[in-house]
Design a protein around this ligand. Structure first.
Ligand code: MG
Length: 258
């Protein structure tokens, strides 16, 4: 692959440019160098807790890299665009940011599980047993089950927190119903990418089964960074083998000859 012919770099966020509320060292300089070289830098996240605007602000605040909502692709947004024509009213187990994102995409919502014809599950830092009960009841009542993403965990400086996938599993286990996954590397997320990425692209991520899988499915060059959930290449299943391994995104410009 001729690196000089890339025109887009698509970066995962958690574990790649930020860890919890800290920047990955050198992330800002690397991103600015990519942009200065004329590359389009996009961010794609399975984290559904925030709106696109909130994600752009978070990158600005933590990393110090200024960008706008137009460069941000989230699993919540992909979920909303995917289900808006298919469902009339969703029960949401997720954050306020997910609710706002679904509103932006035109998905009506209800807090009454009996009215819902869809259940959307995302990461919810305020999950309660009652919310899990209501989501499960809605599914038993015939509502379709969607997962913004199925990431098992969420990296923090303390270690791995349970991710949206862990919450989705609770509903799946209780109801015997499998959720439709909407985030990386699944079709609802991939359908969006045609509008963002035209030419040769690179995917930079820390999670092989979502980030590297997405990059491979799209035919992009893939780079695995070791600042997030993956600590060594030995942990990576052969089917997700990346084209490039980097200790950190800080080293990417040099690897691209920039
Ligand atoms: Mg990540």
């Amino acid at each position: 692959m001729e690196w000089s012919r890339l025109d887009t770099v698509v970066c995962d966020i958690d574990g790649v440019v930020v860890i919890g509320d800290q920047s990955v060292p050198g992330a800002r300089a690397a991103l600015e160098k990519l942009r200065a070289a004329g590359l389009t830098v996009l961010f794609i996240t399975n984290n559904s807790t925030k709106t696109r605007e909130m994600v752009a602000d978070r990158i600005d605040r933590i990393v110090g890299y200024r960008t706008g909502a137009a460069t941000i692709i989230t699993s919540g947004w992909a979920t909303g665009l995917f289900i808006k024509g298919e469902v009339s009213c969703a029960y949401v187990l997720g954050s306020d940011g997910l609710r706002a994102t679904l509103r932006e995409t035109g998905v009506a919502q209800t807090s009454d599980w009996q009215e819902a014809d869809a259940v959307v599950v995302g990461l919810d830092f305020e999950v309660t047993y009652r919310k899990l009960v209501e989501a499960a009841l809605a599914v038993q009542n015939g509502a379709r089950l969607y997962a913004t993403n199925t990431d098992a965990s969420y990296p923090s400086p303390e270690g791995l927190y349970p991710g949206a996938g862990a919450l989705v599993s609770v509903i799946e286990t209780a109801t015997g119903t499998e959720a439709v996954p909407c985030g990386k590397p699944n079709p609802p997320m991939r359908q969006l990418l045609d509008d963002f990425v035209a030419g040769p692209a690179m995917m930079v991520g820390d999670r092989p089964e979502t980030d590297i899988a997405l990059g491979k499915a799209e035919g992009w060059v893939t780079a695995l960074v070791l600042t997030g959930v993956t600590r060594t290449l030995r942990e990576v299943d052969a089917s997700y083998a990346p084209d490039m391994v980097l200790d950190s995104i800080a080293g990417l410009p040099e690897r691209l000859g920039l």
